[in-house]
Design a protein around this ligand. Sequence first.
Ligand SMILES: C[S@@+](CC[C@H](N)C(=O)[O-])C[C@H]1O[C@@H](n2cnc3c(N)ncnc32)[C@H](O)[C@@H]1O
Length: 301
Amino acid sequence: MRGRENTKCNSNAKKRWQILKQALLQRQKSAVGSGDTVSVRRFSTFELLSTKLISTNEQEHLWLQYNCSVFPEFNVDIRHLTQQVKVDDLIGFNNTGNVCVWPSEEVLSYYCLKNKHLFRNQNVCELGGGMTCLAGVIVAVCSDASHVLLTDGNENSVTNVSSIIERNKTLFGKTEVTGRELKWNEREKFDDLSGQYDHIICADCLFFDQYRQDLVDTIDCLLKPGGTASIFAPYRGTTLQAFCDLAKVKFNVDVQLNYDATLWQKHQQMLTKGKEIYDENIHYPVFITLTKMDAKELKTN
Ligand SMILES: C[S@@+](CC[C@H](N)C(=O)[O-])C[C@H]1O[C@@H](n2cnc3c(N)ncnc32)[C@H](O)[C@@H]1O
């Protein structure tokens, strides 16, 4: 029986990686230059934010200035890693956050920009923020949060995020901003953060079968009672539902598809282009809100 379950797990894990691999290959295709026409260009951004190249060391990184037409006062410098990540590098511990800023991070960033009032006087932590932790940086720059902690489990991502913090430190005002390596499966290394956070933000981190329960437990560990996690992720097969099923044990879970009129309109437009270009299963970020139950609520559940 065990053997059969293991085989089933392995084949499910393989399917998840296929979904991610497909997204990565699409992403690389959309990044190729002149030979690529608009008709075959695959989806990579909702164009909620715009970027301008500031400088580049092509081998290793580039600096982009991010802006948003809806919030003209906003601009922030973000360092991207430019080394090619091969599909093989994605297997094992994990380089997916060094490939690009994924659409869910873009949407989370836009959400944070639009709702910066939510973070006033709050301790905020981004989990699995990848090489930019873009949404967390936006909270640090645009809101009056007390403290923002930017994290990922990948060492290279965290080193890159440190450069971003250093570069933008004059924009943080009174908000204290720190970066740190945080692996959801290494609880003993972040016990000091237990119960410290009012708000957790996270984008496109629900598809890791191996770490899904760890992610739920990490959010539970870090949040204060009554705290909130704002999470954006595409369905990616059954992975989002699997996350929600685990989260329901500890949190009130709210799932929304149509949460922003501008984005919903872009989504409807993209759907007309067909699955080859835009596949909502891997491209459209669903919005999940988790609210941490207090002891009383847990008992009655
Ligand atoms: C698809 S990327 C998303 C990155 C970024 N949020 C974005 O959307 O652009 C998933 C991220 O989860 C991180 N990750 C995967 N497993 C992890 C774990 N066990 N602990 C912490 N981070 C993990 C990876 O390093 C990666 O940056």
